[in-house]
Each structure stands twice: as C-alpha cells, then as structure tokens.
Ligand binder design. Structure first.
Ligand SMILES: Cc1cc2nc3c(=O)[nH]c(=O)nc-3n(C[C@H](O)[C@H](O)[C@H](O)COP(=O)(O)OP(=O)(O)OC[C@H]3O[C@@H](n4cnc5c(N)ncnc54)[C@H](O)[C@@H]3O)c2cc1C
Length: 286
C-alpha cells in the first residue's frame, strides 16, 4: 500500500512527489509516454537556466531527481482507477497499486477524435465512460473507438453488459483481445449517423455497421476520462480544484495543466508543490 500515487511525471506530478516523499510518505509516480513538456523544444521562461533548457531534458532530469530521493517511478500506463472509499486502486496493464491519496497530473491532452457527428450524439449514444454509461446499453450492440490499452480496458467493462462489442480502431493496428462477443474493425471512420440517437457508423470506404452506442477510448486515458469515472467535477474537461488543489472527491488532488488556466511549467510546479503539501496534511490528519 502506497500513501500516495501520482499519475503523471511532468513538472506537476514530479514536484508533488518531491514534497510527499520528503514528507515521509511512500510515493509512487506512474507515467506512460510523451508529456506536454517533452514536446517543448526550448524553454526560456522558466527560472534557473541561463541559456534555457529543452523540454525533454527538463522532463528526464525531473524523473531522475524524484528517483534519487527514493520515489518509486514506474513507466506504466494507467487504464483504470477504482475508488474503494478509504483507498484507491490504480490499474495498469502490468499491475495494480493501492494508495490512500491520489494526485492526478496527467497534463492537458484531449482525446476526442475528429469524427463527424461525435458532438451531435454526445449523450445520445456517444459516451466517454463505459463504467458510467455501459448499463444503458445492456444486451445491445456497442462499439469502442480506440486501439490501445485504454480501449481494451473499456471493452472489458462492456463485454459483460452489452450483447456484442466492436472495437473500431479508425485506421490503427488492432489490439489483442479475445472474447466471444468482441469483434474488431480497423477501417477509417467517416461519420456517426442516426435520427435522434446513434444508429450506425459509416466508414470512409462507404461501408456501414449498425451500433446502438459508441464509447470513445482513443489513445491514453487522460484526466477528464478518469474524472468522469470517479465523479470528479470538471469544467470544459479541466479538473475543478479548490485553493488546496483538492477535487470534490476526498483524497483526490489534481495539479498542473489538467486543472486548466495558465499552461506553463511554473504553474505546474507551483500546483504540484501545493498538492504534495496538502496530501501530507490530509494523511497526517487521517
Ligand atoms: C510545444 C510546447 C511548447 C511549450 N513551451 C513551453 C514554454 O516555453 N514554457 C513553459 O513554461 N511551458 C511550455 N509548455 C507547456 C508545458 O510543457 C506544460 O505546461 C507542462 O509540461 C505541464 O506539466 P504537467 O505536469 O501538468 O503535464 P505534462 O508535462 O504534460 O505531463 C503529463 C504526464 O502525465 C502522464 N500521463 C498522461 N496520461 C497518463 C496515463 N493514462 N497513465 C500514466 N501516465 C499518464 C504523461 O506520461 C506525463 O508524464 C509547452 C508545451 C508544448 C506542448
């Protein structure tokens, strides 16, 4: 059992971990691939680097710094989080980890694919959360848009509820998943169609399949995806936090680009420090 699990190894998550680890809390940081920071070629507006620094170098140095003071840092993509009242279970394709506190710092990535009709049918068959909305599609035919670990995790949620599930990779390679009621279609999607609700998916080659619901799980799950599943309040896909970086769910904090506002390293570091300190206070009070 960890005291704190932090999702994201950018400036927000790593800074939070420096505080929690130094506050004597057993801390795990999970990250997966590119962060916003790595995409920044050259940063000249962050304190302390006389000639500026590349985003990639700052990112890698931050991870090393955390490891050097004893933070457990693992490169594992988080696909699911469970709130078990007093503790949280964080699930990756490689393992499951429990903690008393969760800090979300997954950056500002938005996962919505550019597919015609997607916004028109949100709430009318298009969903972003299998665990929240799967029940509405019991014994129906549903589709999952995506091709990675997150799409597989969402499909696994739906297998036991829906009659059948089709994974639509939208041109990407098919993931490995075996279940009697799951099929995979790799064609590129053109449009979601229907009268008042989702009825069909039209592909770019002109072919169509019938479907009652479409679950969007493209790429890697981001903070907005986790928020939906955990009941965390968001505003325009940004996590809503109070001055102490607390979300509306007890024990869950958020910091950095995922809370919106100024998308800069200095703000991510500031919020990471606050989230780390508040996590320490929260656990000591408990
Ligand atoms: C091109 C570009 C240029 C920029 N230039 C500047 C600049 O000059 N100055 C400046 O101050 N800022 C700049 N920024 C912004 C800056 O990079 C961000 O504000 C900062 O990186 C935010 O930090 P963060 O920790 O919130 O998120 P990020 O740095 O984006 O880190 C997010 C972390 O979450 C992890 N993650 C996401 N989803 C999952 C998951 N499901 N499971 C596990 N891990 C996950 C990622 O692997 C990553 O480690 C730039 C950004 C870009 C894209």
């Amino acid at each position: 059992m960890y005291d704190v699990i932090i999702i994201g190894a950018g400036p927000a998550g790593i800074t939070a971990s420096l505080y929690t680890q130094r506050g004597n809390l057993k801390t795990l940081v999970l990250y997966n691939e590119k962060s916003g920071l790595e995409k920044a070629e050259h940063i000249e507006n962050y304190y302390g680097f006389e000639n500026g620094i590349s985003g990639e170098s700052l990112y890698k140095t931050g991870i090393k710094q955390a490891k050097n003071i004893g933070v457990d840092v693992k490169k594992e993509e988080v696909t699911k989080i469970e709130n078990n009242v007093d503790t949280f279970k964080v699930i990756t394709p490689k393992g499951e980890y429990d903690s008393k506190v969760l800090i979300l710092s997954t950056g500002n990535k938005k996962n919505k694919p550019k597919i015609k009709g997607i916004e028109k049918f949100e709430g009318k068959g298009v969903s972003y959360c299998a665990i929240c909305d799967g029940f509405f599609f019991r014994n129906r035919s549903v589709s999952v848009v995506g091709s990675g670990n997150y799409a597989v995790s969402e499909t696994n949620e739906l297998i036991n509820i829906a009659n059948d599930v089709t994974i639509l990779t939208n041109g990407d390679k098919a993931p490995e998943i075996r279940a009697d009621n799951v099929s995979i279609d790799t064609k590129e999607i053109d449009e979601i169609v229907g009268e008042n609700r989702v009825q069909r998916v039209k592909f770019k080659d002109g072919s169509e399949i019938a479907t009652d619901g479409i679950f969007i799980a493209q790429g890697v799950a981001g903070s907005a995806d986790f928020a939906k599943k955990l009941g965390i309040i968001t505003k325009k896909d940004n996590i809503v936090v109070n001055d102490d970086m607390e979300t509306n769910i007890k024990g869950i904090f958020a910091c950095g680009d995922c809370t919106g506002g100024l998308l800069q390293v200095s703000k991510a570091v500031y919020e990471g420090a606050k989230a780390g300190l508040q996590a320490i206070k929260y656990i000591r009070k408990k």
